[in-house]
Design a protein around this ligand. Structure first.
Ligand code: KG4
Ligand code: ZN
Length: 362
């Protein structure tokens, strides 16, 4: 029996250095043989956000060890410190290299693209450029066969860099129904967390504090705004929420640390209300066969739960990626890369990878 195509995927667009070995074809679910993520979040925490030069330096330091570890976890070499000749032989067994080429921070992107191009040249294998946002979308295809989403698929992408509602009719056929006009949802979590003196990344910190508030019945006396909740389009706006939290702190409506948990719950409720209302309305209007939630904010437990509840009323199934595929990882880049590998004529695949910090989805 012919073995399934197998590729190496690399992700370095922001502050995670990630590599994955993934195999499959279009008729069967993909198998993730390894998924290694070296997060730099702790390093950036003291700056309150990602510091691009530091991120680039760390990617340079980590990328080869991360790829070697991905080969080891896939069973292709015995030890991640094995000699170059072993690593070379393992890489030669692969069919292609998929790499995130944008959007993202240009320094970090260049390190992934250069490493991917060089390895592909040495191995004599094709390269597959992958859009990071598309990678998040394809995280929803890393599911067992019986639970793969079907087209037309409505996707809510919520990460640190994106917030959008996308209607996907076929592979790579996207219509952007709406997107944020200012901050992304993840950015809103990160920036409001900073105002509450919580650590970066703010999303998980807010979620934890919010859960505590709900358990203890802690509430704010004020209601935070739900920007664009009532607007007829599918666009989002989150920068007003950050301003409202800043004013509430200045006025003394939020006093830290007394109100940290209650404020976190109010922030989470405000962001989730808008995301869920717009997604349900888009589902009502466009009648997709499936709905998916992807991106770093898709790790949020309350969002997963409440969006699922909202869609039950519309009888539209919601597809949730496994938690390890929500925040940045290379398996999702591999999933998008594998589909591109099958759908793209070979002659387009062997070009050098060119990083594009402001790459678009459509
Ligand atoms: O997809 P991702 O890893 O990177 C980008 O492509 O931006 O998303 C990172 C974002 C951060 O803003 C982080 O605060 C948010 O995802 N995030 C969360 C949670 N986990 C990560 N937001 C809310 N709740 C969470 N549990
Ligand atoms: Zn991302």
């Amino acid at each position: 029996m012919q073995s399934l195509p197998r590729i190496l995927a690399i992700e370095t667009s922001c502050d995670e250095t990630a590599a994955s070995i993934i195999e499959g074809n279009l008729d069967a679910p993909f198998t993730v043989l390894s998924n290694v993520v070296a997060s730099q979040a702790a390093l950036h925490a003291e700056y309150g956000g990602v510091f691009p030069d530091l991120a680039a330096r760390e990617h340079t330091r980590r990328i080869i060890p991360v790829i070697a570890l991905a080969l080891k976890e896939a069973g292709l070499i015995k030890r991640p410190t094995q000699a170059g000749s072993q690593i070379y032989r393992a890489l030669k067994t692969l069919d292609a290299i998929a790499v995130t080429v944008g959007p993202g921070l240009i320094g970090p992107l260049l390190i992934g693209a250069t490493t991917g191009s060089q390895l592909a040249a040495i191995m004599g294998k094709p390269t597959i450029p992958v859009n990071h946002w598309e990678g998040h979308i394809y995280s929803t295809f890393l599911q067992p066969a019986q639970t793969l989403p079907r087209f037309p698929l409505l996707i809510l992408t919520v990460s640190g860099g994106h917030t959008s509602l996308v209607l996907m009719r076929e592979h790579f056929d996207y219509e952007i129904l709406g997107k944020t006009v200012d901050d992304a949802a993840g950015e809103a979590f990160d920036k409001t967390a900073r105002l509450l003196e919580l650590r970066y990344p703010g999303g998980p910190e807010i979620a934890q504090a919010a859960a505590r508030a709900r358990e203890n019945g802690a509430n704010l006396k004020i209601v935070l705004p739900r920007p664009m909740l009532a607007s007829k389009d599918f666009n989002f706006s989150f920068s007003g929420l950050k301003t409202a939290v800043r004013y509430a702190l200045n006025r003394g409506d939020i006093v830290l640390p007394r109100d940290t948990d209650a404020a976190a719950a109010a922030i989470e409720d405000a962001i989730l209300d808008v995301l869920i209302a717009k997604t349900c309305r888009a589902a009502q209007e466009h009648r997709p066969t499936s709905v998916a939630l992807v991106g770093g904010v898709a790790a949020n437990y309350e969002l997963r739960r409440r969006l699922g509840d909202g869609l039950v009323k519309l009888s539209t199934p919601l597809f949730l990626p496994e938690l390890e595929y929500t925040t940045d990882n290379a398996a999702m880049i591999g999933a998008a890369g594998l589909v591109r590998y099958f759908e793209t004529p070979r002659r387009y695949l062997s070009k050098p990878l060119v990083a594009d910090a402001s790459m678009r989805l459509t």
